[in-house]
Design a protein around this ligand. Structure first.
Ligand SMILES: Cc1ncc(COP(=O)(O)O)c(C=O)c1O
Length: 373
């Protein structure tokens, strides 16, 4: 089956006469558990929930590829998913190699907490596969491609191979492309991690994340971390996510097409200092991105001359919702430097293309750029 069919069918409940196509969320803390609990499929909500099971089955199928079956675990947020990999894998004295431009909060978590508990941190930028030089003796290589918000690309297959040779496990933060846009496990990674708050669910109304693995021993470690730390997803969120992912193929195709068209349009405008989108042939990571991605993603970044140009642009736009996060059906944009933390220009805009008519978006962007001039 092709992706769209596979994903839509995977969200259906078991087919039985009189049963709904999609069963509702299961709200339960304890479950009836008489006597010996071994073999009781559900006992207590921090460990498992039938609505999680349905969502995990659908995500696991999406993360599976040629010759392997993936298994997914859902979490209360993308950061809970990232923390689970850090916490389950790393021990004092272990070396972790992290992109210096990895998602800000993941970097802060590593710098402010894990290093203080004895984990040794080595960092290099995503572009240029610079992590390859830092792998000797490492326990975990963490990658993010495209990186957020700089849209830098690294070669996941090449780096995974090098990391495995050095004895390290590999995790990829795959939030921007989703598993439909890029399959880290097929490229050799051990963990595919994502914030499903973004394009995976796509309606800007949920907070959740997942970790997918091929190896069942790693799955057990991540599962134990989730139960011990209580990073449990609510059943209502799990159910809404299951409902949302059925439209991922439609949403992703449209938003990535819109992102490409907007990126190409921006390159024609004098007000733009540079456009950062891996789908553009002159992006330094374009060839690698073409090799490892099925969609280049809904997120694009671009740089205007300064803070005031970026603020004027956003204030004059009527269709770009000024908000953080990305991956929703609504096109959003923000001046990223307002948050601090990333090494980026004051005029840096991160945009997430939604599913509106691209002609309307481009007309709006054009008139907002006129105001900047
Ligand atoms: C690349 C990336 N990874 C992880 C996260 C964390 O996800 P969440 O906000 O769902 O905890 C984010 C959130 O913006 C992100 O952009």
């Amino acid at each position: 089956m092709r992706d769209a069919t596979k994903i839509i069918r995977s969200t259906l409940t078991r087919s039985a006469p009189g049963e709904p196509l999609h069963s509702g969320p299961v709200f339960a803390a304890p479950y009836h558990t008489p006597g010996d609990p071994t073999g009781t499929p559900y006992t207590y909500a921090r460990s498992h929930n039938p609505t999680w099971t349905s969502l995990e089955k659908a995500i696991g199928q999406m993360e599976s590829g040629e010759g392997y079956r993936a298994s997914a675990l859902v979490f209360a947020s993308g950061m809970a998913a990232c923390s689970a990999v850090f916490g389950a894998v790393l021990r004092p004295g272990d070396v972790v190699v992290l992109p210096s431009n990895a998602y800000y909060t993941a970097r802060v978590l590593m710098q402010e907490y894990f290093t203080k508990m004895g984990v040794v941190l080595r960092m290099a930028p995503t572009a240029g596969n610079a992590q390859v030089e830092l792998l000797e003796g490492a326990r975990l290589l963490w990658l993010e491609s495209p990186s957020n918000p700089g849209m830098e690309i690294c070669d996941i297959a090449m780096l995974s191979e090098a990391a495995h040779r050095a004895g390290a496990l590999v995790a990829v933060d795959n939030t921007t492309p989703t598993p439909l846009g890029q399959l880290p496990l097929a490229l050799g990674a051990d963990f595919s991690v994502a914030s499903d708050t973004k394009a995976m669910t796509g309606h800007s109304d949920l907070l959740l994340g997942h970790v997918a693995v091929r190896d069942l021993e790693l799955r057990a470690q991540i599962d134990q971390w989730r139960t011990l730390t209580g990073a449990a997803l609510g059943p209502m969120e799990a159910w809404l996510a299951l409902r949302s992912i059925a439209t991922l193929p439609l949403r992703l195709e449209r938003s990535c097409e819109n992102a490409q068209r907007i990126a190409e349009f921006l390159t024609t405008r004098n007000e733009i200092v540079s456009v950062l989108y891996p789908g553009l042939p002159n992006h330094p990571g374009h060839d690698i991105a073409k090799k490892q991605m099925r969609y280049f993603g809904p997120v694009l970044s671009f740089i205007l001359r300064d803070k005031s140009a970026a603020e004027t642009f956003l204030a004059n736009s009527k269709l770009l919702t000024d908000a953080t996060s990305f991956g929703g059906v609504t096109t959003t944009a923000e001046r990223r430097a307002r948050w601090g933390g990333d090494v980026i220009a004051e005029g840096f805009i991160r945009m997430s293309a939604g599913c509106e008519a691209v002609e309307d978006l481009i007309e709006d962007i054009a008139q907002a750029l006129d105001a900047v001039r």
